[in-house]
Design a protein around this ligand. Structure first.
Ligand code: FAD
Ligand code: PYC
Length: 416
């Protein structure tokens, strides 16, 4: 019983938390790297990992202004799916989904990938036509998807209000069984640990304040600790991509917006899948701890304050209560925001730039968590070979000059 007494607890706390193995080193930066990755979120860490693992490029550092995974990676609602409409996007997100399926083994770290399935609800005949079209397109691309009717949706999620009395009655849904959620921090930690083991330097609390270039070629970056030289600089800073681009004298077709999320008090297990609705405008899942994890759309103004406005929270919870009347008395515990970088066609930019050795991976907007492994995989390849990976080729900056945009607003859906 000793361990349950106050003394026992104190002894336990002090005694059993010693000598933890370091998950990664905290080295001082070298003077020169082959590749500097700016941004220690999931995408940046995955990029560094695949540079080392797939391309043997190990003289790599990740520079992170805060702590690893403290940006959107640690702030998102972790919904993973690959049910995008157009072939280009479908292939990219499905590469990611395939990688998710083996990621815990690959990294030897449990990222808690949970294939609990994702429902995208339809509330009008037009919604259902769009859902049918998208599921057909998905299946032609080898992506799992089924169209469900109201009764089938209700059987999967009994707490959903599937009555005809609802303001926006549920007419059916698309269902992607291979979709689901993962533990966001673990994704950052898993990639960080695996990249470190391959020799990548992970340097936290180090903000990049300038990009040095000469005669159209990148030379390295300025930080508060001084200049760090690099042959290549790969920027993966999500909501701050325009800021980094401006340091190099570039403009990107991006807007930065807050996107909020909320979690409730923990409940007993009551929701074993992910539910999203574009029309009522909200999404929800239940974490392994029991919290309801909830979100909706971006705050419409541009900004870098990681807070967001109350009217969006009100709107989000209204939508959730319409879908799940029984949640109306659940108390919310926490709310936060991240800054997302949205592109005009709701697709990412994975690209070289006109400056030799400078690359950007950005514009994932409200939907990049699901892409993390695929994004790192194709971006590492693009940086290593100084040419787009075939799956990244449709996503270069050039599409904003050629007009070959890939409009995924339908699939990006609820959030932007
Ligand atoms: P981040 O994790 O933001 O990493 C970028 C890093 O760059 C940050 O850590 C930042 O500190 C660092 N940085 C910035 N500037 C500098 C600098 N000058 N020097 C050094 N470091 C710098 N996507 C989904 O697929 N499913 C979802 O359910 C989902 N829900 C979301 C919910 C919310 C509330 C938010 C905010 C986003 C959501 N997203 C979702 C989107 C997803 O989180 C992002 O697209 C994805 O996490 C981006 O990953 P990243 O590694 O590029 O960015
Ligand atoms: O892209 O699936 C998504 C998503 C869900 C919540 C935010 N983005």
């Amino acid at each position: 019983m000793d361990k349950y007494s106050a003394f026992g607890l104190a002894k336990h706390a002090a005694g059993y938390h010693e000598n933890w193995q370091q998950a990664w080193r905290s080295p001082n930066p070298k003077q020169h790297y082959d590749v500097l990755v700016i941004g220690g979120g999931g995408h940046g860490l995955a990029t560094a990992y695949y540079l080392a693992r797939n391309h043997g490029i190990r003289n790599v550092a990740v520079l992170e202004k805060g702590y690893l995974g403290g940006g959107n990676t640690g702030r998102n609602t972790t919904i993973i799916r690959s049910n995008y409409l157009w072939d280009e996007a479908a292939h990219l997100y499905n590469l990611a989904l395939n990688l998710w399926e083996g990621l815990s083994q690959e990294l030897n770290f449990n990222v808690m990938f949970s294939q609990r399935g994702v429902l995208n609800l339809g509330h009008s005949l037009q919604d259902m036509r769009d859902i049918q079209r998208r599921v057909n397109a998905n299946r032609l691309n080898g992506i799992d998807g089924v169209v469900l009717n109201t009764d089938e949706v209700n059987a999967k999620v009994p707490l959903l209000d599937c009555s005809t009395n609802a303001r926006y009655p549920i007419l059916g849904a698309s269902w992607q069984p291979r979709g689901g959620t993962a533990r966001h921090d673990a994704v950052a930690w898993g990639y960080a640990r695996a990249a470190d083991a391959l020799g990548v330097d992970l340097i936290q609390q180090t903000e990049v304040t300038g990009i040095r270039k000469s005669s159209g070629k990148v030379l390295g970056v300025e930080t508060a600790e001084g200049f760090i030289a690099a042959d290549k600089v790969a920027c993966v800073v999500a909501g701050h991509s325009s800021v980094l681009a401006a340091m190099a004298g570039l403009r990107l077709p991006l807007e930065s917006h807050p996107l909020q999320a909320l979690v409730s008090e923990p409940l007993k297990p009551c929701l074993d899948t992910v539910v999203m609705s574009n029309a009522v405008h909200g999404y929800i899942s239940q974490s392994d701890k029991g919290d309801l994890v909830i979100g909706a759309g971006i705050d419409r103004y541009n900004g870098y304050g990681q807070r967001g406005s109350f009217n969006v929270i009100e709107h989000t919870l209204q939508a959730i209560c319409e879908l799940f009347p029984s949640f109306s008395r659940v108390r919310m515990n926490r709310q936060w925001a991240g800054i997302v970088d949205t592109c005009p066609d709701a697709c990412p930019i994975i690209s070289k730039t006109d400056i030799e050795g400078l690359y950007f991976n950005c514009g994932w907007g409200t939907g990049g968590f699901k892409a993390t492994p695929g994004s790192g995989f194709v971006f590492a390849d693009t940086v290593a070979n100084d040419a787009p990976h075939p799956l990244a080729a449709p996503f270069t900056i050039d599409r904003f000059y050629s007009g070959a945009l890939i409009d995924e607003h339908g699939a990006a859906g609820v959030a932007h």
